[in-house]
Design a protein. Structure first.
Length: 100
């Protein structure tokens, strides 16, 4: 995991975020999801510098995951490192919107 992924995982593991279970580095089809909440079909992806040159790939990947019925939210690594509280609030809101 990257430093940003480790920081976010520290806040998501053991159902710390509203009792939601997240899995890190979860395989789905041809993809490895950064974080996956199966109960809400919520995918959390973190983007580092490498993603700046692959926006078309990331958009296609997001679309394919949405076609599977998943909600995908993306954050820049810098957001996680500098403002974890805001990132967690946005994940909470996405999870609420994805409630079964």
């Amino acid at each position: 995991m990257t430093p940003a992924e480790l920081k976010l995982w520290g806040a998501l593991q053991n159902k710390q975020l509203d009792g939601l279970k997240f899995r890190p580095q979860h395989p789905v089809g041809p993809f490895i999801l950064d974080f996956w909440c199966p109960a809400r079909k919520l995918v959390v992806e973190l983007d580092g510098g490498v993603h700046e040159g692959q926006t078309d790939y990331d958009e296609a990947r997001t679309q394919q995951l949405q076609d599977y019925g998943y909600r995908v939210i993306r954050f820049r690594n810098e957001e996680v490192v500098s403002d974890l509280a805001s990132v967690l609030e946005r994940i909470r809101e996405a999870a609420r919107r994805s409630a079964p």
